[in-house]
Design a protein around this ligand. Structure first.
Ligand SMILES: Cc1cc2nc3c(=O)[nH]c(=O)nc-3n(C[C@H](O)[C@H](O)[C@H](O)COP(=O)(O)OP(=O)(O)OC[C@H]3O[C@@H](n4cnc5c(N)ncnc54)[C@H](O)[C@@H]3O)c2cc1C
Length: 412
């Protein structure tokens, strides 16, 4: 079908809701596969200052194989060399990303550049339509099937009729809410405040996690010459932290990371320099209904540990694209939920492995007693010395292992 407008109704094959990394890439890949696709995004621009910027090595490879490397290089990014965990000023764990056999390291690139590359790459496809400032407000449902979505574009109401609506609208997904699909939301023990600082010249390109009792900081090298810092807060503790004042907050950071004291003193001048992230995970047994599919954070929100959110969203796009393209060719009308079962099960395995590792780390980082933190240090040191450390972590960090993009082209 060719996307066409009749009055205030648009007819297409697939409506993708949300131009994040997951929705942006999926819409692009569908267009490449010859599918008529409308990508609706509620924001007017791609600007977003605090969002996942880490692209795991697996997705760096995927993007390279899909031909995005030159666009990403043109913008520029920071390659991460490794990640260390520190306790009481001592490094208890270190992973050198360059030692994995995968052939790529994680990179940091702002989301506008990544998603911009997907949109630029889609612009030449007449079967691709991008609709910014278009907020999904309801689903079109008939005979128990989803047949499209209603978008609010300023004062305008646009109905998009599609054989499949893909909810790629993030951690607070409206599509998920409207779908009625069951979701299990698990709050984590702490929340996060993110902020950015200039990166000193001699800082290096490793990420670092600094733990002190039950407080920790994640410090990541960010593009172009910045540090992206995440500081954990007690669950729903933002109001208390704010009530204690900015100076107390800055002093707390200095206690965990004395090397940041001067930078924080100079560059964090108001709460506007920080961004709050509520940490929770979601799990859904079913990601689809007839005529509807959820991908990315909408289907499975993770914690920031290991920076896997963007990776999972990108891999969802790569896995689901060929299935959607084939089902559109082989079936009629709204795509039946069952066509997604196999790939959903495969993607859930990947997500479950990531969540398990994140929960293990979250629980360890929440220890405040002397005995608990001593146990955490010892455990990290033991893992650090395991001869099969890289093999073990390769499974979690660089998954999935069983598909490459050649397969994607073959299946599309
Ligand atoms: C502060 C912060 C820091 C993070 N740090 C990291 C990190 O370091 N590494 C990492 O991997 N992950 C990180 N994450 C998570 C990461 O950003 C997400 O996992 C990733 O962006 C998920 O991609 P997505 O495409 O599924 O959804 P999103 O990126 O959330 O994109 C969803 C899109 O849908 C749009 N949308 C929402 N509702 C509607 C609607 N009703 N109609 C139309 N459009 C809609 C939104 O505007 C958005 O553009 C972080 C997240 C935050 C908030």
């Amino acid at each position: 079908m060719t996307t066409r407008e009749t009055g205030d109704t648009v007819h297409t094959d697939v409506l993708v809701v949300g131009a994040g990394p997951g929705g942006g890439l999926l819409a692009h890949l569908l267009a490449r596969a010859g599918v008529d696709v409308v990508l609706a995004e509620k924001q007017s621009t791609l600007e977003r200052s605090f969002r996942g910027e880490t692209i795991a090595a697996r997705s760096v490879l995927t993007l390279r194989e899909l031909g995005f490397e030159s666009a990403l290089r043109e913008h520029g990014f920071v390659e991460m060399t490794g990640i260390g965990q520190w306790e009481k000023g001592r490094r208890v764990m270190h992973i050198d990303y360059r030692r994995f056999p995968i052939g790529a390291v994680p990179i940091d690139i702002p989301q506008p550049a990544l998603i911009g590359a997907f949109l630029d790459g889609s612009a030449g496809y007449p079967n691709f339509t991008y609709m910014p400032q278009s907020n999904l407000t309801s689903l079109v449902e008939e005979d128990g099937e989803v047949r499209g979505g209603v978008l609010r574009r300023g004062d305008e109401r646009v109905e998009v009729r599609a054989r499949l609506v893909v909810g790629a609208d993030g951690r607070f997904s409206k599509t998920r809410k409207l779908s009625g699909l069951a979701v299990d939301v698990q709050p984590m023990e702490r929340d996060f405040l993110w902020f950015k600082l200039p990166r000193p010249d001699d800082w290096g390109h490793d990420g670092n996690l600094l733990a002190s009792g039950d407080r920790h900081l994640v410090i990541l090298p960010a593009f172009p010459d910045l540090l992206r810092v995440g500081y954990n807060l007690p669950k729903r503790g933002l109001a208390d932290v704010r009530a204690q004042g900015l100076e107390a907050f800055k002093a707390g950071i200095g206690e965990v990371a004395p090397q940041l004291t001067d930078l924080v003193g100079e560059h964090i001048t108001s709460w506007k320099d920080t961004s709050f992230l509520e940490i929770f995970t979601t799990d859904m047994e079913t990601w689809s209904r007839d005529g509807l599919l959820l991908v990315g954070d909408a289907a499975h929100t993770c914690t920031p540990i290991l920076g896997q959110g963007v990776n999972l969203a990108i891999q969802d796009a790569v896995y689901f694209c060929p299935v959607i393209a084939r089902a559109l060719r082989e079936k009629e009308g709204a795509l039946p939920a069952g066509v997604f079962d196999e790939v959903t099960a495969e993607r859930r395995r990947h997500k479950t492995m990531v969540t398990r590792f994140q929960r293990f780390q979250e629980a360890a980082l929440a220890h405040s007693s002397a005995a608990g933190t001593a146990m955490r240090r010892t455990r990290m040191r033991v893992i650090n010395r395991l001869p099969f450390k890289y093999r073990l972590l390769d499974r979690v960090l660089n998954a999935p292992h069983d598909m490459d993009t050649e397969d994607l082209h073959a299946r599309a």
